[in-house]
Design a protein around this ligand. Structure first.
Ligand code: KG4
Ligand code: ZN
Length: 337
């Protein structure tokens, strides 16, 4: 029997290549979560093919709902609201989730909640844990690299963002250049363990902002690979993966450290797919320990795209009755604030 005061949110995430539905209780307890990944299909093309992604969401979303309800032993009508990622992401993919959520909201007469995917990544840290404020939140995903100051639930102030490529995008492109499969991030991490930091890659310009830049690092790896190829020399892929990973993570820790010193904030939240990288987690932990800062890292299952984080992020909106209308539309690009 469910307690009357408990709030159950049925949440939907289809922004890229995962069809995911969850039921989340009171914003921090996952009752059931299903993630159907399309990675194997897209890996054949070296990256996500948007048209295929939306078709696969359409084919699978009802089955993912059934599976989630079966695991939770609940019906849609047992839930208190329907939440969905409406931005940012691939437009065709987002539309499948948004339309599905609107139909459920209409048929079951449940409030509809729209969630920003990046805010979802931040709230992945609230599952089984607490968010402490003020906090410095670092979002590191396939499409975004943002450093944000968070003073409370849904209170954000942008400190810095990437001026070109996102960190995950750089991992994926570098992986492709050295012949690793999509998604590149986990494959670079695996290969880097077998290598040493033997390649000298340029550090990013040491400007005084909190902004990031990853295109220079990415280009220098591509140029290095091409130059060696032209000279008929083999590159050591493991060493290059290792050097790239170290340089990419150094840029993050350097800017985060600057923000810790300058803002004197003692809480750090890491969010987004790249936060699954163990080397990165260790380096950020070491740096936070140096400043006695409390560090929130998502559990591995909640690092990459999943609907549980959308349910967690929807909860404060449910409490504020911040509901969306049935003319809700998807939007491909947006930042946190
Ligand atoms: O958050 P996410 O699942 O999707 C977006 O919102 O973009 O992030 C996906 C990104 C991809 O670029 C992927 O290569 C990267 O996260 N990623 C990793 C690791 N696992 C996923 N990057 C580095 N190391 C990992 N272990
Ligand atoms: Zn994501």
């Amino acid at each position: 029997m469910k307690d009357i005061k408990d709030i159950y949110i049925l949440s939907i995430e289809t922004s890229c290549d995962e069809t995911s539905i969850a039921i989340v209780k009171n914003g921090n307890e996952v009752i059931a979560l299903t993630i159907l990944s399309q990675i194997d299909t897209h890996a054949n093309f070296g990256g996500v093919v948007p048209e295929i992604a939306s078709r696969m969401h359409t084919e699978n979303i009802t089955m993912v709902l059934e599976e989630t309800l079966r695991k939770a032993k609940m019906k849609v009508s047992d839930c208190n609201a329907i939440a969905v990622t409406s931005t940012p992401g691939l437009l065709g993919s987002l539309l499948v989730g948004v339309e599905f959520a609107k139909v459920l909201s209409y048929v079951y007469d449940l409030p509809l909640i729209q969630v920003n995917h990046l805010i979802g990544h931040i709230y992945a840290n609230k599952i089984g844990d607490k968010l402490k404020f003020p906090s410095l939140a670092l979002i590191i995903s396939g499409g975004h690299t943002e450093l944000v100051k968070m003073t409370g639930d849904y209170e954000f102030e942008m400190l810095g963002e990437t001026q070109d490529d996102a960190i995950g995008e750089a991992f994926d492109k570098v992986a492709r250049v050295i012949g690793l499969k999509y998604p590149g991030g986990p494959n670079i991490e695996k290969l880097a363990k077998e290598g040493n930091n033997n390649y000298k890659l340029p550090k990013m310009a040491n400007d005084e902002s909190y902004n990031f830049s990853y295109s220079g690092l990415k280009s220098s790896v591509i140029n290095l690979v091409n130059n060696e190829k032209n000279k008929g020399r083999e590159i050591n892929k493991a060493d290059l993966a290792c050097s790239f990973q170290i340089t990419a993570v150094e840029e993050l820790t350097r800017k985060l450290e600057k923000a810790l010193i300058e803002t004197k904030i003692k809480n750090v939240i890491i969010a987004g797919g790249v936060s699954a990288n163990k080397y990165l987690r260790e380096e950020i932990k070491k740096m936070c320990d140096k400043y006695d800062a409390n560090l929130n890292l998502p559990e591995f299952i909640y690092c990459t795209d999943n609907a549980a984080m959308i349910g967690a992020a929807a909860y404060p909106l449910y409490l504020k009755k911040d509901f969306a209308d049935l003319d809700l539309n998807a939007k491909s690009s947006s930042n946190i604030c």
